[in-house]
Design a protein around this ligand. Sequence first.
Ligand code: G6P
Length: 610
Amino acid sequence: MCGILGYTGDRQASDILLNGLAKLEYRGYDSAGVAVLNNGEIKIAKNKGRLKVLEEKIKSGQEVPGTCGIGHTRWATHGEPSDVNAHPLWSDDMSVVAVHNGIVENYREIKNELAEHGYKFYSQTDTEAAVKLIDFYYKQEKNPLKAIIKAIHKIEGSYCFVLLFKDFPGEVWGARKDLPLIAGQGKGESFLASDVSAILQDTRQVYYLDNMEIVQLKKGVVRFFDTEGYAKHKELSEVTWDMNAAEKGGFEHFMMKEIHEQARAVKDTFGSVYHSGKINLEDLGLADENIKDVSQIYIIACGSAYHAGAVAQYVIEDLAKIPVRIELASEFRYRNMPLDKNALAIIISQSGETADTLAAMRRAKDNGIKTLAIVNVVGSTIAREADSVFYTMAGPEIAVATTKAYSAQLIACYALAIQFAKVRGVIDDAEVARLITEIQALPEKIDEILDEKEVLEELAYKFVNARNAFYLGRNIDYAVAMEGSLKMKEISYLHSEAIAAGEMKHGPISLIEKGMLVAGIMTQKNLYQKIASNMLEARSRGGFLLIIATRGCEALKDEANFIFNIPETDEHFAASLAVIPLQLLGYYVAVARKLDVDKPRNLAKSVTVE
Ligand code: G6P
């Protein structure tokens, strides 16, 4: 996820770009850059670091004069944050210069093909492959529209490009697939941006681009084309949001916005290791022979990342038949357990900076154990020190309570589980294909659940004054219960506990009072009746039974107070769906209690102290 911008008009482009990028920094902030087209020349300035570094470098824009330009604020996906990998990126003769948001999944293949035509590459980015592909077609067609169309027919993945062509002064071009891009219409000027917050101070008249649409900006003129090259008419909309709402994409809180970004995070994370019909983990240091050598797995993490690991433990053990231990980093780092040198340590962390997780990873490394980090922030300490990294593609997460990063961590673990199972001969190719199809169907199912969120909003008001809640599950459903319970307590301050359902009778049951929320997660068919019995024990003591169950589960249909059904999926992946209503419930209870959802008291997004 990155912030991108384009401008053409009569004002200095750099002023507009620097102001607009400042509004987009929440989308990424590890590097920034601008390109300005002036007198037939494109001048580029870019660097690693926050936008203010760029601002100083170009003397608030004086170094890049001109009235037509593009800008970018980066959240690294391919290639670490560095001056070279920062956007814009250019073709060798500077004919085409572009900024990009998203992932070009087939960039290796594109690079190889272009290399045969003499193209060389200077960065580690996927973007450079796309820019040079557009340049390749541009050299044949001498027409920006035709070149972009040819390129987007070839590029796989989700993306949004904003481009300058040296020979087309005063013009900015853009195209999108699966990622947002809006065009703004001003008087004698026009804009492109990742979201309206970046241009709201200049215009409220916007067009929302649809998937696979191409846009051309000239001073005060915005034109649209389909992928056949035909011009399209679009309706202009008036933005009524204020600036604060605009940054949150119209949602009241970043947390809700991020909950809605989960389908994309899931798709992009899987897409990063799934190429040409296969999961490929070689770039993660997991070639087939390495996978075969692994004797057992330690998963080490804190907080929600630990909960993702808890799901992974069940999934990997069941699919790949390898013993997996899930360890709290804060415990692992001080425990004197005998460590197996042939084990693989999987370190999970959104920030890549959590002090306990980092210390635990160092301990594993000191003991000669190979480490694989599943991390969201590119270039973070854990990412740099691990033997290899599987980057989740969630993009920057602003809300303290994680949602999309957790969902992306689950997908990374599923991909590992399938590949381990395949390489170790536990499942055949047909089963691999079936599981992959199930993963690919998850984004749509997540959105299907989000379409029904209002019923949970209504339910939440019931618990505005509640003091305690239990979340019950067994197996994967217990791991989901842990995450659901954490979501509730961290943002709504309602005390809640996750309980392995079979354990309730050993103590917690004494806490159940009339009307207390007892949530039961039911996605594992063989355990439906077991959980149902535990839930009935809670009901007979006055508990309010909320059931999150896979569609078709009939257990408790007459006894539950409220049932929320989730779509069917392979049971190994059910956590990805069951967690969504639990995130929503925590969110809505916090909103009903009028709490600061994005910044809950006493918590921090990244915990760099012990
Ligand atoms: C903090 C955050 C949690 C997160 C945990 C681990 O407590 O509030 O949301 O799960 O740290 O963070 P990490 O960055 O290592 O995933």
